[in-house]
Design a binder for this molecule. Structure first.
Ligand SMILES: [Zn+2]
Length: 92
């Protein structure tokens, strides 16, 4: 599956909705039905999957930085990655 070969390409507005859901998904605040919907979308939508991975990474870094300060360099790199993915999403 490549980004150029979607059978049913999700629309950008769909993705915007899912990006919000992804935050709740990571926090385990969705019920089982919504979880299944988000998971299905992540399976078929690469930008959202990347966004999901990124959010999870950021969350774990933030969680870790509660006990130990996250290195500034690492934080900068993560912020840079977020911007890259956001650009790609708005571009698609
Ligand atoms: Zn999507």
């Amino acid at each position: 599956m490549t980004t150029h070969d979607h059978g049913s390409d999700p629309s950008a507005s769909d993705c915007a909705d899912f990006l919000e859901q992804i935050v709740y998904f990571i926090d385990n605040e969705l019920d089982a039905a919504d979880c299944a919907v988000v998971r299905a979308h992540l399976d078929s939508c690469n930008p959202c999957l990347e966004r999901y991975d990124l959010q999870r990474t950021v969350k774990s870094i933030v969680a870790r930085s509660c006990s130990e300060a996250a290195p500034d360099e690492l934080r900068q790199r993560v912020l840079l990655r977020i911007r890259e993915v956001q650009v790609r999403i708005t571009d698609a």
